[in-house]
Ligand binder design. Structure first.
Ligand code: 6GU
Length: 233
């Protein structure tokens, strides 16, 4: 059965640009995933349709209120009998990486909650017990872009979305090393030459060179990943 992704946000239209093109669009067309939007503002009750308010105790910014978020979650969840894995997009969350994407790709229903203000009332975390996910250590104006990043990374892992070859490409990143350098025509460009080894015709030798390059590139460009890799192996 297709992965169902419910997206709760204040700006459902932001998602069209990403979900309506390329790989996500193809995945929907193939029946491998479906997207369902819920606008959190539709659950506001006052005449200003408020979804946020000033923080108790003072301080800057606005806070997403509990009632609208809880009502939106309950409304979305009632649309399908399958229980959803709830994901709250927040800079306080666990930083998304390939292994988290792989486990999310094995779920059959995800419910993503993207806020657009300075923060969520803490009782949203306490009451809904979501998995809190961040896409990196910087602050975005809202969780929508983070939700789209997560969706793109997860959808490409669903069986049948990519051809077998491109799938292997994602797999290899999951081992914790960067990719080897790639080249295509022309063989020489502005004095820069493609490494000779790639023309030797010896597939084992090319594979060895690529595997050394992956380690070398990782040490040089991502010493943090290299340390992790050494500890694991
Ligand atoms: Cl998930 N939300 C926001 N607002 N900022 C972020 C983020 C999420 N991940 C990184 N920065």
């Amino acid at each position: 059965m297709a992965l169902r992704i419910d997206i709760l946000s204040l700006f459902p239209e932001m998602f069209d640009a990403v979900l309506g093109v390329s790989i996500p669009k193809r995945a929907v067309a193939k029946g491998l995933v479906s997207f369902h939007h819920t606008n959190i503002r539709d659950f506001a009750v006052d005449k200003h349709r408020s979804v946020d308010d000033r923080p108790f105790g003072g301080g800057p910014g606005m806070v997403m209120m509990c009632p609208t978020v809880f009502d939106a979650v309950e409304h979305a969840e009632a649309q399908d009998p399958r229980p959803a894995t709830r994901v709250l997009l927040t800079p306080q969350g666990r930083v998304l990486d390939q292994s988290l994407c792989q486990s999310l790709a094995r779920e059959d229903r995800l419910l993503l909650i993207a806020g657009h203000y300075e923060g969520f009332d803490e009782r949203i975390v306490e009451g809904l017990q979501p998995l809190e996910v961040s896409i990196g250590d910087y602050i975005l104006s809202g969780g929508e872009l983070a939700a789209m990043v997560l969706i793109d990374a997860v959808v490409r892992l669903l069986p049948g979305v990519l051809g077998a070859e491109s799938g292997a490409w994602d797999e290899s990143f999951a081992d914790g090393l960067l990719e080897y350098p790639q080249y295509t025509r022309p063989r020489e460009f502005r004095g820069m030459k493609v490494p000779e080894v790639l023309f030797c015709g010896d597939h084992a030798r090319i594979a060895r060179w690529r595997s050394e390059q992956r380690k070398y590139q990782t040490q040089k460009k991502r010493p943090d990943l290299w340390e992790k890799y050494l500890k694991k192996s």
